[in-house]
Design a protein around this ligand. Structure first.
Ligand code: BTN
Length: 274
């Protein structure tokens, strides 16, 4: 386990970003890093603040769920942003975060020498909308939260949790659907390096969005989605729909071809295999 103080210092030392991480705050234990980042943003903190925690006792997940992680082994992080683009494009923060983590995780596997005789590296993909998956199991989740005022954005927070050095036993019942980088790589990962890489990728994608390059970011995200082309069932807030995942629209909606031939757009939900 990396001691918490080293995590922030070491990540900072590996960063060459302009905005993200110009200030990194590390806490041994918090409720939710997203709450701290939001609070700082409300108090006038400029964008780029990064809050990391060794442990969260009230971590939040998507769709009202909780996010539980044992202390000291995951990357639990929230980034404060103040986007200039239209609030209608808020979904692109989710896209940016999943793409950034996807790139950083992929790089870890590319660097890892294959000593087990395996011919190919495990697939690193994104499950719509933003779960990062290794070999079909979730290694990272993202929760973006935004606040808007009369003028547009007041603030946005990108929160992400990466299962870095969780042991197989610590995954418990989640083993069927979740994994960790250490389980997949066969060794622990340096959380500071991983965090620095994610922040570096995230800043580059964020700057593209600030410059209006939505199409490019969208197509890179769509290319990483494992969901497209499959028959899936999606749990929405109101129930479950099943169909063939056709495409993702420009606003991030997943478009399903239902069994009756109609197309259905889904803006939020959990995708499962059929
Ligand atoms: C999900 O997959 O449901 C999203 C999980 C997001 C968890 C992260 S951990 C850091 C940040 N703080 C939170 O309370 N949640 C996010």
């Amino acid at each position: 386990m990396t001691p918490p103080s080293n995590l922030a210092l070491s990540a900072k030392a590996q960063l060459a970003t302009l905005i993200l991480g110009r200030r990194i705050e590390l806490y041994p234990q918090v409720g939710s890093t997203n709450d701290l980042a939001r609070e700082a943003g409300r108090l006038g903190e400029p964008e780029g603040l990064v809050i990391i925690a060794n442990e969260q006792i009230a971590g939040r997940g998507r769709m009202g769920r909780t996010w539980v992680a044992p202390p000291g082994c995951c990357v639990l992080c929230s980034v404060l942003l103040k986007p200039r683009f239209s609030p209608e494009q808020a979904f692109y923060l989710t896209i940016a975060a999943s793409l950034a983590i996807h790139r950083a995780v992929k790089k870890l596997f590319e660097e890892c020498p294959r000593t087990d005789g395996a011919k190919s590296r495990p697939p690193v993909t994104i499950k719509w909308p933003n779960d990062v998956m290794v070999r079909g199991r979730k290694v990272a989740g993202i929760l973006c939260e935004s606040e808007f005022g009369a003028e547009g954005w007041d603030l946005a927070v990108i929160g992400f949790g990466i299962n870095a050095n969780l042991r197989r036993e610590e995954l418990g019942e989640m083993q069927a659907t979740a994994t960790s980088l250490s389980v997949e790589l066969g060794h622990d990962v340096d959380r500071a390096t991983l965090l620095a890489r994610v922040l570096t990728e995230l800043e580059s994608i964020y700057l593209s969005l600030q410059n209006g390059q939505f199409g490019m970011v969208h197509s890179q995200w769509a290319a990483a989605l494992e969901t497209l082309g499959k028959r899936v069932s999606v749990n929405e807030f109101g129930g479950t729909v099943t169909g063939h995942a056709l495409r993702v629209d420009a606003d991030g909606a997943l478009v399903l071809r239902l069994d009756n031939g109609a197309e259905k757009r889904i803006l939020a939900g959990d995708v499962g295999a059929v």
